[in-house]
Every structure is written in structure tokens, then in C-alpha cells.
Write a protein that binds this ligand. Structure first.
Ligand code: NAI
Ligand code: MG
Length: 488
């Protein structure tokens, strides 16, 4: 592991575990409360939980645990705010959303450091990808707020009402932005819950939302784990649930709302196929493979976790991939040189390690980069499995870690069949020099997002979402407005 050469980069000196008070640029409090009705308030039952730094497994701060009583107060606040907010002109709503976007930009460094501390992702990803994309998302939907009549020509879109939003730990601030921005632009009010391992950037966002002057109760941000999420899902006065997370919880939510008037969008897991043809630019493809599976430690629902290489180039691609894996720096998320950070939680590390065991027991050939892993914290070396087939568990199931299953193919029809042989349908990637081949595949691959000669590229203007067990509904783009409106 390389040491951070530029310790002054954020002037934070990383003393969060000794002095959890302010530093020059990064303020982390000892205790965080719930943001309800425009105020930071203590939870009714007075319960708190710890959020942990996954690269040390040390506590960062105490965070309020909202119970059903708090959820009820938050939903009532959102209901009360709905009439005023939804009757503002789109232009007025847009002003607040633009302000939130600008405030995220102004405090981008602080957000990036907190995101990496709380969740374990490399600072270069938080700084260059997550936080800028989160700001972009607010800018993008702020722009739609006064143009809804163009998004829905000759129809009059109405907001749904109070929206419950439950988000995961892999892109904490970005998922908050994906959820909040379109809901607010269309005139809904919100109760949002971040994941229990990564609540801090959503709470920082609550401060910014407060500073934006948005009317009280329009956005409520409450923290807690699954039980808190379930209280939002089951609250009778919530009109819609938007969820991103595991397929298991997604199924729970669709059962829980069945027979109610609630509408639901679910963005669930994936097992993306990344397909390398013999005519691809091989070096770029190898970079693309690395980015597809090792980006954000593989905690990516649209990760390219199944690699398919055309047989004639398999040996060269695999050798280059192994060489490239050796150069990946695994370690301190706050080090600007780090490529692969900490696994988000002990629980997630156990899930990944268990899959690695299964892969070995099923007869896969494992290759792991020979990096030195730090002594404390949650770490997993970049890993690939050769000699696996469609029936292997590590080929079928989402691992959500830096573990790649590699297979080869001869013909296009063979790879299409293999790529589609999964319960999921979120993402895929195609690497080839041949444009016609790209279109041939994009028509036949069952995936919501298909990248050509790139992978894991996101843009606020581009819709994102899945088929089959990857969920339903789209986020991003004009299509991302649909789940938040209704028509008479
Ligand atoms: P999870 O689905 O339990 O957590 C996601 C969010 O749902 C969190 O905010 C959590 O507090 C909330 N939640 C949990 N139970 C709930 C319930 N009954 N009702 C309402 N909300 C509830 O995901 P978990 O357990 O952290 O990760 C397990 C696996 O899920 C991962 O290994 C990965 O395969 C998958 N996952 C997929 C994600 C994606 O982006 N598609 C994100 C996170 C996890
Ligand atoms: Mg944490």
C-alpha cells in the first residue's frame, strides 16, 4: 500500500476517530439526528446506532435510529408540506433544486471525504465521479421542473404526493440525488432513508437542503436500518415507494404494497455480461474489464461481473488482465492513489468471502492479485475465476464484490444465449470494432443499460434501470420523471 503523499489535500488530517469535531474542511459530528420538518430532531425512542469506517472498523459517529413513531412524524410533515410545494410553479421549485446542486458543488470536497470515510470507496471515485454526478443530477432535474409540459405533451402531470425513498450503501450521495431530484422537480414531498452503513453524506445533504431554504417538510431525511425502511414501506399515508437495494428486500416491498394504492419502483441487483470480441481494441477492453468489475470494489449493481471473451483472444486478454490486476492499489480509501478501497461492511465481506469459497469448491480456478491488504478493516483482493460455466453459483448470483467470473465463447449466438441466461437484466457491455455487431447485440441482450466500448458510464440525461429480477422503473433522463407523476 502506498502512503498518501499529499496529506494536505483536504487539510482534514483524518483525526476523526480522536476528535470528531470540525477540521478545516470536513465537519463530522459526534451525533447525528433526524431531519424532519425542517429541523434536526432527536428520535422519539432515543435510540442511536454507530456508523463505522470500513477501512478501520472504528466508529465514526452515532446516528439516530428512527422508529415507526419517527417515520409517522416525518410522513405527516411531508403530507403537510405537499399542498404548498406542489402548487408552487415549476420555476420556483426549480430554484430550490438548482440551489441544492450549487451547494453540493461548493462543498464537494467535504462530501467526497465523508463518502470515502463512511463507505470505503476510493477518494478519487468520490471526488471525480460520485459527488459531481450527484450535483449534475440535481442540475438536470432542476431544469425539468418548469418544462414538464414538454416532457408530457398534451397531458397534465400531477405529483403523486408523499414519496418514501430507500437507498443502498454503494453510492450513498448519488442514490440520494437520483431519488430526490426527480421527485422534487415533479412536486412530490419526500421521506428518504439512507443505508445504515453509510448515512453521513445523506445527513450532510440534509444540512445543504436546509440551507437552500426549501419549505420545511418537503424533504425529510431519516436514518435507521431495515426496520425503519419497512416502517416507511408500510406507512398508510405514503403514496409511492422508490427503492434501490437487494432483490430480497425488493421482493419484500412488492409483497408489502400489494393490494394498497402505493406505486413502486425497484432498482435491484444484477449480473452484467461484459463481452469482448476478437476484433476489439484489446488494451482498451482490458481497462474496461477492470473498470467494470473493480470500480467501487465491485459494489455496483450494474457491474460487469461476468466476462465473456471470444476464444481466439482469450489467452492474451486473460494475461493482460492479470498483469493489470497486479498494478491495482488496494488500500486506504482516502489515499488519492488508491484504486480499490475497503469492502463496505463486515457483513458484505463475509458474503464475498463465502462466494469465493463456493467458487473454489465448485472447481473454479481462482486468481487474486498479490497486493498487500491492510491489517485492520474489510478488504478483498481483486479476484477472478477461470474455468467456470453457466451452472456455477458464482456465475449465476450477484456477489457485489471485486470478483469476476470469466468464460469464453466462439459465436455471437452462443454468447447472446449465455449472457441472457441469468435471472437479472440490468447491464451489459460489448467490445468490438464492428458497429453492426454492436447493434445486433443491443437488440438481443436482455439488459436495461448496454455500453459499447466502455462500461460503468453514467449521465443524468440517460435513463437507467432493469428487466427481470433487476427491477422496474427508470431513473435518470426524461424517463426518470415518469415514476413520480400521475395523470387524471
Ligand atoms: P439491503 O437491500 O438490505 O439494503 C438496502 C436498503 O434497504 C438499506 O437502506 C436498508 O436499510 C433497507 N432495507 C433493508 N431491509 C428493508 C425492509 N425490509 N424494508 C425496507 N427497507 C429495507 O441490502 P444489504 O443487505 O445491505 O446487501 C445485501 C446484498 O444486496 C448485497 O450483497 C448485494 O448483492 C445487494 N445489494 C444491491 C444493491 C444495488 O444497488 N442493486 C445495493 C445494496 C445491496
Ligand atoms: Mg459507515
Amino acid at each position: 500500500m502506498q502512503k498518501n503523499e499529499n496529506k494536505n489535500m483536504f487539510k482534514a488530517s483524518w483525526t476523526y476517530d480522536k476528535a470528531p469535531e470540525s477540521t478545516d474542511h470536513v465537519q463530522i459530528k459526534k451525533e447525528y439526528e433526524l431531519y424532519i420538518n425542517g429541523k434536526f430532531t432527536k428520535p422519539v425512542k432515543g435510540k442511536y446506532f454507530d456508523t463505522i469506517n470500513p477501512s478501520t472498523n472504528k466508529k465514526i459517529a452515532s446516528v439516530a435510529e428512527a422508529t415507526s413513531e419517527d417515520v409517522d412524524i416525518a410522513v405527516k410533515a411531508a403530507r403537510k408540506a405537499f399542498k404548498g410545494w406542489s402548487s408552487l410553479s415549476g420555476k420556483e421549485r426549480g430554484k430550490y433544486i438548482f440551489r441544492i446542486a450549487r451547494l453540493i458543488q461548493e462543498r464537494a470536497r467535504e462530501f467526497a471525504v465523508i463518502e470515502s470515510l463512511d463507505g470505503g470507496k476510493p477518494i478519487k471515485e468520490s471526488r471525480d465521479i460520485d459527488i459531481p454526478l450527484a450535483a449534475n443530477h440535481f442540475f438536470y432535474y432542476a431544469g425539468w421542473a418548469d418544462k414538464l409540459e414538454y416532457a408530457f405533451p398534451n397531458r397534465k402531470p400531477e405529483p403523486l404526493g408523499v414519496v418514501g425513498q430507500i437507498i443502498p450503501w454503494n453510492f450513498p450521495l448519488l442514490m440520494a440525488a437520483w431519488k430526490l431530484a426527480p421527485a422534487l422537480a415533479t412536486g412530490n414531498t419526500v421521506v428518504l432513508k439512507p443505508a445504515e452503513t453509510t448515512p453521513l453524506t445523506a445527513l450532510k445533504l440534509a444540512e445543504i437542503i436546509h440551507d437552500s431554504g426549501i419549505p420545511k417538510g418537503v424533504v425529510n431525511i431519516i436514518t435507521g436500518a431495515g426496520e425503519t425502511g419497512a416502517s416507511i414501506v408500510n406507512h398508510p399515508d405514503v403514496d409511492k415507494i422508490a427503492f434501490t437495494g437487494s432483490t430480497g428486500v425488493g421482493k419484500y416491498i412488492s409483497n408489502a404494497v400489494a393490494g394498497t394504492n402505493k406505486s413502486v419502483t425497484l432498482e435491484l441487483g444484477g449480473k452484467g455480461a461484459n463481452i469482448i470480441f476478437e476484433d476489439a481494441a484489446i488494451d482498451q477492453a482490458v481497462e474496461g474489464i477492470v473498470n467494470a468489475i473493480f470500480y467501487n470494489q465491485g459494489h455496483v449493481c450494474c457491474a460487469g461481473s461476468r466476462l465473456f471473451i471470444q476464444e481466439s483472444v482469450a489467452d492474451v486478454v486473460i494475461q493482460k488482465l492479470k498483469d493489470r490486476m497486479e498494478t491495482l492499489i488496494v488500500g486506504d480509501p482516502l489515499d488519492k492513489n488508491t484504486d480499490v478501497g475497503a469492502i463496505n461492511s463486515k457483513k458484505q465481506l463475509q458474503i464475498i468471502e463465502n462466494y469465493i469459497k463456493i467458487g473454489i469448491n465448485e472447481g473454479g480456478d481462482i486468481y487474486q492479485s498479490s497486493c498487500n491488504l491492510p491489517k485492520s478493516g474489510n478488504w478483498c483482493a481483486p479476484t477472478l475465476f477461470l474455468n467456470v460455466s453457466q451452472s456455477h453459483k458464482i456465475v449465476q448470483e450477484e456477489i457485489f464484490g471485486p470478483v469476476l467470473a470469466v468464460q469464453t465463447f466462439r459465436t455471437i449466438s452462443e454468447v447472446i444465449e449465455k449472457a441472457n441466461n441469468t435471472p437479472y437484466g440490468l447491464s451489459a457491455g460489448v467490445w468490438t470494432n464492428n458497429g453492426a455487431k454492436i447493434f445486433h447485440l443491443t437488440e438481443r441482450l436482455e439488459a436495461g443499460v448496454i455500453w459499447a466500448n466502455t462500461f460503468n458510464k453514467f449521465d443524468a440525461a440517460s435513463p437507467f434501470g432493469g428487466y427481470k429480477e433487476s427491477g422496474y422503473g427508470r431513473e435518470g433522463g426524461m424517463q426518470g420523471l415518469n415514476p413520480y407523476v400521475k395523470f387524471d
